[in-house]
Ligand binder design. Structure first.
Ligand code: CAA
Length: 258
């Protein structure tokens, strides 16, 4: 039985971490299941992915503390490497990924949300990196992605002080893009995913690549990369279709990912 469920709804894939009894905490098995699901996503048929947690209480309440309790340094290194490898796969998926954060997103849960492109949250969501209070550092990319997302000073405050933030503050500091009542979260995630999947898939992918890769480069290299990705869109059937329709003052045909 897998701890991670997958559902395909037209062009949108929905991934649900399903270990509700432990608030969807991530042990090695859950990470392996998540990796298998991510590896199996058909990126030719899927234009946007949503990741969420099972139940009404938690997105993911962190890495599994019971599983880490007696870890040696060597085991800790392997566990952190595993989580980082899986989350990096999510980050590097060619299609956009939305985290629909439906409750606690602590430690590894906050880190999972940060490896997604866009985060939206329910009003009961709580974010934080409580690791220093457990005698460890964040281990699945939190020190890096939280600082890159909300800025170094704010990330250090939350990580050093183990201060959790509720949804309204997460919105205010730019950790999430929007907050919705819990019963509307998945509908809103689906609306956003559908809106993304109605745009030219090749162009959307190149935009993701340009932003993610470009942010790691100096500005000259980054705009050169953008030129290359722009060039790769020119001449595609979807580009011709959209621009011809604009020039002819009519709606374009549906995009075909070619
Ligand atoms: N690991 C293992 N089990 C967890 C868990 C976790 N991270 N979070 C919750 N659970 C389990 C609880 O042990 C409990 O199990 P039992 O019913 O068998 O006792 C069940 O989920 C329900 O949790 P609570 O009874 O604690 O629920 P609550 O409503 O009282 O509290 C909570 C909710 C505040 C989220 C609390 O569960 C909590 O603080 N969890 C831990 C959060 C945390 O510290 N996460 C960071 C982990 S470290 C990490 O993630 C490292 C990394 O970067 C790799």
């Amino acid at each position: 039985m897998s701890y991670v469920k997958y559902e395909q709804k037209d062009f949108v894939g929905v991934v649900t971490i399903d270990r509700e009894k432990a608030l969807n905490a991530l042990n090695n098995e859950v990470l392996c299941d998540l990796e298998a699901v991510i590896d199996a996503v058909d990126v030719d048929k899927t234009r946007c992915l949503i990741i969420t947690g099972a139940g009404a209480k938690a997105f993911v309440a962190g890495a599994d503390i019971a599983a880490m309790c007696n870890m040696t340094s060597e085991e800790g290194r392997a566990f952190s490497a595993k989580g980082n490898a899986v989350f990096r796969k999510i980050e590097k998926l060619p299609i956009p990924v939305i985290a629909a954060v439906n409750g606690f997103a602590l430690g590894g849960g906050c880190e999972l949300a940060l490896s997604c492109d866009i985060r939206i949250a329910s009003e009961n969501a709580v974010f934080g990196q409580p690791e220093a209070g457990l005698g460890i550092t964040p281990g699945f990319g939190g020190t890096q992605r939280l600082a890159r997302t909300i800025g170094v000073g704010k990330a250090k405050e939350l990580i050093f002080a183990c201060r959790n933030v509720k949804a309204d503050e997460a919105l205010q500091i730019g950790l999430v893009n929007a907050v919705y009542p819990a019963d509307q979260l998945m509908d809103e995630a689906m609306k956003l995913a559908k809106r993304i999947s109605e745009n030219a898939p090749i162009a959307v992918r190149q935009c993701k690549k340009a932003i993610n890769m470009g942010l790691q480069m100096d500005i000259d290299s980054a705009v050169a990369l953008e030129s290359e990705l722009f060039a790769a869109c020119c001449g595609t059937q979807d580009q011709r279709n959209a621009m011809t329709a604009f020039c002819e003052k009519r709606k374009h045909d549906p995009f075909i990912n070619k």
